[in-house]
Ligand binder design. Structure first.
Ligand code: BLA
Length: 511
């Protein structure tokens, strides 16, 4: 068996969260051998199904469940396969001491078939499934990421009834950022806050690509151990896809320090990668049944699909905007302005396509600037770096001082540059500058809110997380996204064309 270190705050990435051997109290778990014999059972089996663990281990499933229910499970299992790993059955009647309807989640885990049972929740008002499409249509009417995610947070909160729903977007370095928030009391909690990569460690991010939703219904729930029959061997069960999996105690402490009692998160995927999460908080314990969770998952799935579409639409819009930019530049030059003058005149348009804090342009050794930029002297230092790196391609960095130690002195004003070569002459560039990220982002959480702190101390509080994130981004600007470098490439082509026209014109005038 693999050896795992005891998890602590320094080795979060190594906590084996998929084999912790516990379920949450809201569901019971059985693991069966290929011959339908019960090999593992969670200790709360009698609370949930009215069957004792001793009475279940080593028995056949068919002997434990009503014939009809067993038949439905066996029938449904035909649909399970690699492309459809988790089977869901809603409202299966089970007789006996705990008689009632149950929601079941069934999947294969290594040699075992895992079946989880959750008593069906109380009758809900309305039908959440009927709401999913109307919500998605509403989201579709928005056309920028902010409005899009805000609408999604609002819809998801209406669907799941949690006190607060956030949209958390991962950055390239796996840190994250709350880009939308919708709360029951309208109070802002974490909107615009950044958190370090370690708050959602790598093994969790990998797992969340396979298993899209987790509900932590009550942070004070001790959960139930999973016990094994003597014949089961001592390999722990892989619970990666288990709906009732109990989560990392370190994370539980984080949630307790946040002052919330229930948390649910749902993966948001884009281009096959984990783009972000819906993070839902509740100030009281909150359980929603598997069928409603499936509805939430479906919503997130459709949202992910729409997010992909939004990305495509934004790319088309960037092309459109750069052609408008070309028209505007040409018009400005036709009015008799030179290129630097014209570019300064359209700098706002450039900013709407590629967000930046300042713009510097160097042509024929002449420097012009607008916005927050390095000084001319500092810029000469940067241009030496640019000239040394070749020159006909877009060049972007969000940590200038790593390449240019002198830049540490003016990092606050300019940590990131995106340089666009603008003629076929070397050494002519437009350089877009970005301030250090920490200059633009401040802690916005309520400073007066009392924090209760658990055994691992303040490290597991959002405020401390924010400070740790700040340390990791000292000397860095917001990264240049793929969309930005793409737009810069379009701008480069536009400018090249303008240059060609100017050269043609001057040649014609000379004749
Ligand atoms: C998991 N951490 C998570 C999850 C979230 C966060 C959303 C998914 C589980 C869930 O739904 O609750 C983090 N939640 C946040 C953040 C916000 C939020 C940033 O609401 C911001 C508003 N966490 C730490 C440290 C460690 C750590 C220092 O802060 C490790 C030492 C671990 N977080 C950790 C682990 C998991 C986790 C191990 C996985 C839990 C699991 O699925 O078992």
């Amino acid at each position: 068996a693999t050896e795992y270190a005891t998890p602590d705050l320094t080795n979060c990435d190594r906590e084996p969260i998929h084999i912790l051997g516990r379920v949450q109290s809201y569901g019971a778990l059985l693991a069966l051998s290929s011959g339908w014999l019960v090999q593992h059972a969670s200790e709360n089996l009698s609370d949930i199904l009215g069957i004792t663990v001793e009475g279940a281990l080593g028995r056949r499933l068919a002997d434990l469940l009503p014939q009809d229910s067993f038949a439905r499970i066996r029938e449904a299992l035909r649909a399970v396969g690699p492309s459809n790993p988790v089977l869901r059955l809603f409202g299966i009647p089970i007789l006996g001491e705990k008689a009632g309807d149950f929601d079941l989640s069934i999947h294969q885990s290594g040699r075992h078939l895992i079946i989880e049972f959750e008593p069906k929740g109380e009758q809900r008002n309305g039908d959440p499934l009927s709401q999913v499409y109307p919500y998605i249509h509403r989201i579709r009417r928005t056309n920028d990421l902010r409005a899009f995610t805000r609408e999604a947070a609002r819809s998801l909160r209406a669907l799941c009834g949690f006190d607060s729903v956030m949209v958390y977007e991962f950055a390239e370095d796996a840190s994250g950022h709350v880009i939308a928030e919708d709360t029951a009391d309208g109070e802002r909690r974490y909107l615009d806050q950044h958190f370090p990569a370690s708050d959602i460690p790598v093994q969790a991010r990998v797992l969340y690509k396979r298993s899209l939703l987790r509900l932590i219904a009550d942070v004070s729930d001790p959960g139930a151990r999973i016990l094994a029959a003597d014949s089961a061997g001592n390999q722990p069960l892989d619970l990666s896809l288990a709906a009732t999996r109990a989560v990392s105690p370190i994370h539980i402490e984080y949630l307790q320090n946040m002052g919330i009692q229930a948390s649910m998160s749902v993966s948001i995927m884009k281009d096959g990668e984990l783009w972000g999460l819906f993070a839902c908080h509740h100030d009281e314990p909150r359980y929603i049944d598997y069928e409603l969770r499936t509805c939430v998952e479906l919503f997130a799935h459709l949202f992910s699909y729409e997010l992909g579409h939004l990305g495509e639409a934004q790319k088309r819009e960037a092309v459109e905007r750069s052609s408008q930019l070309q028209t505007r530049l040409m018009a400005s030059m036709a009015e008799g302005r030179d290129l630097p003058g014209s570019l300064m005149a359209v700098s706002e348009d450039i900013r709407s396509v590629i967000p930046h804090d300042g713009l510097i342009m160097i042509t024929d050794g002449q420097v012009s600037a607008t916005g927050v930029t390095p000084t001319e002297e500092e810029f000469l230092c940067i241009s030496r770096l640019l000239n040394a790196t070749g020159g006909s391609q877009i060049f972007a960095t969000n940590k200038l001082s790593q390449l240019l130690p002198e830049a540490a002195d003016f990092a606050r004003r300019c940590s990131g540059i995106l340089a666009i070569p603008i003629s076929r002459m070397p050494r002519d560039y437009i350089v877009l500058c970005r301030k250090e990220l920490t200059e633009t982002v401040k802690w916005a959480g309520n400073p007066n809110k009392p924090v209760t702190v658990g055994p691992n101390g303040v490290r597991l509080t959002p405020r401390k997380s924010f400070e740790i994130w700040r340390e990791t981004v000292t000397g860095a600007s917001a990264p240049w996204t793929l969309a930005s470098t793409h737009a810069a490439e379009l701008l480069r082509v536009v400018l090249l064309e303008i240059f060609l026209k100017i050269t043609d014109q001057t040649a014609a005038e000379r004749k």
